[in-house]
Structure formats: C-alpha cells, structure tokens
Design a protein around this ligand. Sequence first.
Ligand SMILES: Nc1ncnc2c1ncn2[C@@H]1O[C@H](COP(=O)(O)OP(=O)(O)OP(=O)(O)O)[C@@H](O)[C@H]1O
Ligand SMILES: [Mg+2]
Length: 294
Amino acid sequence: MNAPTPGNLGNPAVLPGSARSIGDILISSGRITPEDAERILQRQKKDKSKFGDAAIALGVVTKEDVDFALSRQFDYAYLPEKDTSRSPELVAAYQPFSRIGENLRAVRSQLMLRWFNSDSTHKVIALVSPGAREGRSFIAANLAIVFAQQGTRTLLIDGDLRRARQHSLFALGKSAGLSGILADRAGLEAALPVHGLKNLFVLPAGAVPPNPQELLGRVAFGALLHVAAEEFEVIIIDTPAGTDYADAEIIASRAGAAIVVTRKNQTHLSEAALLARRLQDGGVVLVGSILNDG
Ligand SMILES: Nc1ncnc2c1ncn2[C@@H]1O[C@H](COP(=O)(O)OP(=O)(O)OP(=O)(O)O)[C@@H](O)[C@H]1O
Ligand SMILES: [Mg+2]
C-alpha cells in the first residue's frame, strides 16, 4: 500500500519514542533473563544487527515477543497473535511493525498534516473507491487502528449498509449500528469499544435496511457526525463501491472529505477519476488517494 498522493510523501512516520529499551522490556516481562540479554548484546555487536533480530537469531525469543516489546516501547495497543478472536486482516493490530503497518503510519502522518490537524472542524473522512473488493474496508479498519495507536480517539463507522464487514473484522457484539441510529432507534452508544485496542470505537452498520440510500440521506446522519465529532478526534467511514450506488457520494458529502482508494491491477483508473470528479463537483474535499498494492 502506498501513501496518499499526489504530493511529496517523503515524511517517514514519526513514532512516539520511549526511554525503555527492548531488552529491559523483554526482561521485565519475564521473556528473557539478564544473562540472555548479555548473550544477545554480544551477538548484536558481532552481527551489527538490531537487538530483537539478534535475540530471534539466538532462538531466545520469537518474533511475537519482539513485536510485544516494540509495542510496549512505543506504547502501542496491539493484539497478540495467539488472540485469534479478531480477523487476521487487522494487520495493524496483529503485526504493527509489518510493511503494511509502516505504510499506514505514513498515510496517517499525511492525513494529520493535510486534514485532521489543519482545522479543528476537520474530523471526518470517507474512504471511497469505484469498484468492489478494492480494499476500502481493509484500509478503513487498519487506518482506524493506527490512528488509535497514536493515542487519537478514533471512531470507525461502517457506512456500507449493503455488504457490511467491520462487525466481523472486529468480532463485535450486538449493536443497533449505523442503521439503528439513522432510523432513530439508538444513539452514539451503538458505537462499541474494541477490546484490547484503546481509543478505538467501531460503529457497525447494523441491520441491513431495505432502503440504505434513503436512510443515509436523512438529516440524522449529519446530526450523528456532529455529536460524534464532539467525542472523537478522528472519524473514518467505510463505504460501498462508488460506481454501484450513490451511497458513497452521500456519505462523502456528509463527511466533507474523502480519500480515493485504488487497487493495483484492478481499479479502472477512468472510473476512479470519474468518482473523484463527481465528489469534487459535490463539494467534497479530496484529501488524497491511496494505491492499494496488496
Ligand atoms: N493491502 C492488502 N493486503 C492484503 N489483503 C488485502 C489488502 N487490501 C485488501 N485486501 C483483501 O482483499 C479483500 C477485499 O478487501 P475489502 O473487503 O477491504 O475490499 P472492499 O473494497 O471493502 O470490498 P467490498 O466491495 O466487498 O466492500 C479482503 O479479503 C481483504 O482482506
Ligand atoms: Mg467493503
């Protein structure tokens, strides 16, 4: 996955630092002994490698142990691999230091610069793309996770009332969901906290209504975003394919801003350009695009 374009995307993601070393964290969590640490340091010097890599090479710890230590070092909320309760597609939670995790943090930095930090009223963004299975739900979920990991109170809304996925990705319990709120049957309490991922709340789509477009067009949607913006710093909305229905345009216009996702070797660029133009004509700010090469 690439960072938003166009523009200079050279800024690497800046991770919040911490004074504790990986070795300290591995020792204090009982994963290695001080003697192990000594052996690892020797190996690290010899190989000129990172502490974690040297520890893995010696067979003293697993990659999961190192990920755990890294997540503690950077104060990251993450899900250990043995917690299989959520979908492995939540890569940013299960493997925060993978390439996808890094790319998503670069996207996050760009979005902070270009949108969320530039104006205190900029809190909502819709993820759109023209076709089916281009990665909108995957990116929305993982992007929401990386925002939450930096300590930002984040709400992910499943705006795909036709092929909702976020409730199953996050293995969420019962909720009236977005459709329940729009039908005036619930309030923001329908957004559920994600166990193990502090700062992240997900509002599932809810029961599939017969009339998604009519529901999304209601003023209640605007009111929901208004209330949510008081409680959350970043609100990300997943949408259905843009060329199939008008839903994505309705959502993006409520959000005020959108990111266009294109998938390598799959998205027809003419369709992406058409969708982008339609959104812009409707007054939506296009904050960037993400090339999903996964
Ligand atoms: N960068 C990626 N790396 C690995 N897998 C990916 C990536 N992007 C998407 N996928 C996978 O591709 C499939 C389709 O992705 P996803 O459901 O996010 O697409 P979508 O655009 O939301 O589709 P739909 O039209 O069904 O809403 C999923 O199985 C997802 O896990
Ligand atoms: Mg989807």
